[in-house]
Design a protein around this ligand. Sequence first.
Ligand SMILES: *[C@@H]1O[C@H](CO)[C@@H](O)[C@H](O)[C@H]1NC(C)=O
Ligand SMILES: *[C@@H]1O[C@H](CO)[C@@H](O)[C@H](O)[C@H]1NC(C)=O
Length: 320
Amino acid sequence: MEQTCIVFIVYILAITATLTLGQSSENIWDQVRTRENPCRDTTCGEKQDVCECYLTVEHRLTMMIEEEGTLVVPKGGQLYEYDKPGSPIIKSEQIPYILTADANNSRLVIAVNRRFPGPQITAYEDQTLIIHVRNLMDTDSTTVHWHGMHQQGSTYADGVAMVSQCPIGHGQEFTYKLKANPHGTNFYHAHIGDQRTMGLYGALVVYPKQDFPSATKQEHVVTLQDWNHDDDASTLYQRMLYGIYDQARKTPYKTTSSRDGAMYSRYRFHSGLVNDKGRYYTSSNVHNQAPLTEFDVAPNRNYTFRVISGRASDNNCRCF
Ligand SMILES: *[C@@H]1O[C@H](CO)[C@@H](O)[C@H](O)[C@H]1NC(C)=O
Ligand SMILES: *[C@@H]1O[C@H](CO)[C@@H](O)[C@H](O)[C@H]1NC(C)=O
């Protein structure tokens, strides 16, 4: 009898241990998915060798509180639930997760940890980046490229679909391991189809081992993106090949190309976004009053603004 009981207790303990271990890796995905920092708390610090982060990639809609199935609309720089025009949404836990783009219709984007652009990864030079990517998109596979990282000895972690890896399918996880080198303002972005322009990108800031004398501790990251209302990636590609027309005016849009003749005009630029936010202008001075990104600054202080271009259309600061 006593022996049975002990065996039983051991059995219960074993089950509990299994559940706890199983849960802890589940938990880290979920913990970081609803906060700003995508990385494990005990990593990525100045004195640490490793920076370990978790990125969950998923489709989301702009201008929606998805949990409640509620459309939001812009007015006077704020957002309102469509059926409650009297009181703006101010709940701080909701605001970062309502994606707006330029507030024109509810559009599909690819979010990382529910955000668009994805959360910032901040590491130190020569740290080992261990970045787990989980694909929860139902209909697309993905890869992530670590733009600017030299990847010496780690080409397999470069994230170029079909070249350095097979794409990560729905429900799959993939772990990238590389050195954070060189330091500077970089970004991670999808390297398959047009997923970057749909939102799969985010800042990757690598601090130098030694601060520059001019470095300010106060800094802001600014990501720029052009935004288009009309098309999915395949339509845009076909239009790049065959032309884009304004049907109402019966005229083609002017195409643009790089100096060596490569076509670039996949996008009509409807609105510019700064960190996911912009306004749709119907004429040069009439816009839809969508909220904009604000940066907190105090007078007589110096700030570093790190500017990242996630743009797709022809421009001088595009980088691949
Ligand atoms: C959304 O943008 C389109 C142009 O793409 C425009 O015709 C339409 O009026 C805009 N909708 C609103 C509600 O501003
Ligand atoms: C800001 O930077 C300028 C130029 O480098 C410098 O002269 C000034 O002292 C700095 N101000 C503060 C508050 O650090």
